[in-house]
Design a protein around this ligand. Sequence first.
Ligand code: NAD
Length: 460
Amino acid sequence: MATLDIHNPATGQSITTLAADDADSVAAKAAAARAAQPAWAAVPMAERLAIIGRFRAGLVAELDDLALALTQEMGKPVSQAKNEINGLLGRIDFFLEHAEAAVADEAVADGGTREIISHVPLGVVANISAWNYPYFVGCNVIVPALLTGNVVLYKPSEHATLTGLNITRLLHAAGVPADAMQCLVGGGAVGAALLEQRIDGLFFTGSHATGQRIAVALAPRLVKVQLELGGKDPVYVRADADPKTAAESLADGAMYNTGQSCCSVERIYVHESLHDTFVQHFLATVAGFKVGDPQAADTYIGAITRFPQLALLEAQVADAVAKGAKLLTGGASGGKRLPGPGNWFAPTVLTNVNHTMELMREESFGPVIGIQKVGSDEEALALMNDTRYGLTAGVFTRDEAAARALLSRVNAGSVYWNCCDRVSPRLPWSGHGDSGLGLTLSTLGIQTFTRPKAWHLRQL
Ligand code: NAD
């Protein structure tokens, strides 16, 4: 029988071994989901809304235990695990409020021939997910997909499977039929087996490399594919910004969730007139971040979830230092993995960086940040756009008009004025370039789980 070992990345210890899926069980689950879809689509919207409302209540009732399980399996500080689940409640509220109207029939012409747009479910939706915000990235798909009459085959990350099973259990307890919402347990091979099934949409959150593989695998069958991938998100601190406020906000944006956020601040450009003051405030803020046991309530920096990421972070720092970067934090351990057990990396700040360095080009996905001095708005803008990614970008300045003028020219799906690392359920979440295809959240992120159907109706 296939199995999946779950480890605690903060201690290196085994948590449990789960029964995992294999090609046969994935095929059986996909067939059962397909068979269950018409009945689920026939459930009235009011009842589907009530079921998701009960799912929300289940999350609230078990919040502390759910947060602890997430912390143990991925190393996220427990206060941040609770923040994630509380944040999910707001997203669910948005979906509950807007799902019905988003997919209601729309009459667009009333003349001799009536014209109506309706929204029909895609059918069987597959969701292959990342581990870093498993409640968010899982439920951005699962909740609106179920509300709009789809069934879901959900493959959580192998690094967040306990959370995936908790989400599935709570949905079943709330009233989603077992066959309409199924969790597939396993790693990449189980994800690959899911791609072989008859599915009507594939919604993926994860790395660019895996996303590209999935798009290639599904292209011949013309399956709808959405990809939410990584980024190298830049922020520019303009000459007129308050350096202390900007530094405090950006240190949090770079290091929250131990820097393992798709929209973490990954590159900072600071006008030369306030660069040194900004760096001082940034270092002071980082020095205040408590690194340690993710289960402790006051921990801010937890474990690195995936062991191989430690080598990637070390390589990025070594490459930057070899090319002239200045390593400013962490003392002797700055820029290096910390002693185990478990996967630990010292919060690391580098200045004197440039775009010849991997650190400023490829996703770090850890508590590591490069700060580059710039001489003008135009230089900053050119550097912000010098990337294959385009998830988010921000500008800190007192001047809203200047911020909006710059942000309108930045190639990114989300742009921020005087804020960062922020996602709203009311706004579409999407990446430009190698950051992805399609979108989730907002009313568009409800409609994306349906196909439009065009009705031409004529009374003779
Ligand atoms: P990953 O690509 O390693 O894995 C993602 C998922 O794909 C996992 O469930 C994995 O088991 C599965 N998978 C792996 N190989 C597969 C294959 N051949 N076929 C099918 N499925 C396969 O990514 P990760 O490490 O879990 O996530 C980190 C990445 O996710 C980062 O790049 C991050 O920026 C990105 N991310 C993006 C967003 C967003 O909204 N844009 C949100 C969160 C994370």
